[in-house]
Design a protein around this ligand. Structure first.
Ligand SMILES: Cc1cc2nc3c(=O)[nH]c(=O)nc-3n(C[C@H](O)[C@H](O)[C@H](O)COP(=O)(O)OP(=O)(O)OC[C@H]3O[C@@H](n4cnc5c(N)ncnc54)[C@H](O)[C@@H]3O)c2cc1C
Length: 301
């Protein structure tokens, strides 16, 4: 056990240096008289899923792109504030988005065959949104798939139009059919957070929602890591938590192993025996050790 009680301050371990872990560490570090913060991540960089990939500027016209995580809505006040505190900003865009391919292709910029084919349902959808608003007490928790079936929408309209336009904003993936109907209703009728506001009787969504695109995540998170270190946070990368040995009213005991960064920087967790990276002798996990803390925050997704 290497961590020691620290002048009456709580020793807090934050596991995972993605957006959530960085935020937790940042806010706790504002109270150095109360907390001594340790932030660990099994990979050798901060940012988790949010990272940039360098590319050839001569070939592509840009020297980097953000992988996966691209941007968000103007209501992401906390995210924008965090960017600004580190000297970064998100740029405004008018979002053009396309779904599906071939005969299932549609977008929010111009009409396509799929939208023409479902004209009647698109019109009905605008009416259903009104009904859902009038009787929102019934629709608030009703699963989206049930509401769409109740109003006789076709499987094609549900699976290729209604569910994707909901999933894009909520990030609910395969669980989208189970989301409450009122979420889609609000996405189309709320002037503040409604990505698809106002609903369009001809093409479902044609509003080019005002959004923001995020800055270079690798640069941003590295700057933020340095600022956390400056504010007294112990940032320990390439350090994987393997188990919570004990967690009760007296505190927590966790075990760790050291990880050797893989070439891509994205070490899979050591338990993932299917990953070829975990069979590389250069990346074998080190010996396990235990540490004791007062509080544990798991931000591992
Ligand atoms: C393809 C894709 C596109 C997305 N696009 C957007 C977008 O455009 N806009 C938007 O706002 N959001 C987007 N998101 C969602 C966004 O990426 C996530 O909500 C956010 O990055 C999650 O941050 P997190 O800190 O919760 O988790 P993560 O970023 O996953 O961080 C978890 C961290 O925990 C570490 N970890 C895990 N296990 C251990 C362990 N045992 N010991 C030590 N460390 C461990 C991992 O290495 C990782 O760094 C997208 C997500 C994906 C996958």
């Amino acid at each position: 056990m290497s961590a020691k009680k620290s002048n009456g301050r709580k020793r807090v371990l934050v596991v995972g240096a993605g957006a959530a872990g960085m935020s937790a560490a940042h806010h706790l570090a504002q109270h150095p008289e109360k907390f001594q913060v340790t932030l660990v991540d099994s990979v050798n960089y901060c940012g988790g899923q949010a990272f940039a990939v360098p590319i050839d500027k001569n070939k592509h016209g840009a020297s980097w792109f953000n992988q996966g995580v691209q941007g968000g809505s103007n209501i992401f006040h906390h995210t924008m504030t965090m960017f600004a505190r580190q000297g970064y900003h998100a740029d405004p865009v008018k979002l053009q988005v396309s779904f599906g391919k071939d005969e299932m292709f549609w977008n929010n910029v111009f009409p396509t065959e799929l939208l023409a084919k479902h004209q009647k349902e698109i019109k009905r959808f605008a009416t259903v949104l009104k009904i859902a608003r009038w009787f929102e007490i019934f629709f608030a928790l009703m699963p989206l798939k049930l509401m769409l079936k109740l109003f006789f929408f076709s499987d094609e309209f549900i699976n290729f139009i209604a569910l994707p336009m909901t999933a894009l904003f909520l990030g609910t993936g395969n669980a989208t059919p189970e989301t409450p109907s009122i979420m889609l209703e609000r996405l189309c009728t709320s002037p503040t957070y409604g990505m698809w506001y106002p609903a369009d009787k001809q093409s479902v969504a044609s509003n080019l929602p005002p959004m923001v695109v995020f800055p270079n995540f690798s640069d941003f998170y590295e700057t933020w890591r340095k600022s956390l270190v400056k504010n007294g946070v112990h940032v320990r990368l390439s350090t994987e938590m393997t188990s919570v040995v004990k967690r009760d009213k007296d505190g927590v005991v966790v075990s760790f192993i050291k990880r050797t960064p893989v070439e891509s920087n994205h070490n899979p967790v050591s338990g993932d025996t299917d990953s070829p990276d975990n069979h590389d002798p250069a990346n074998l996990p080190s010996e396990e050790w235990e540490e004791e803390y007062d509080e544990l925050i798991l931000c591992v997704l």
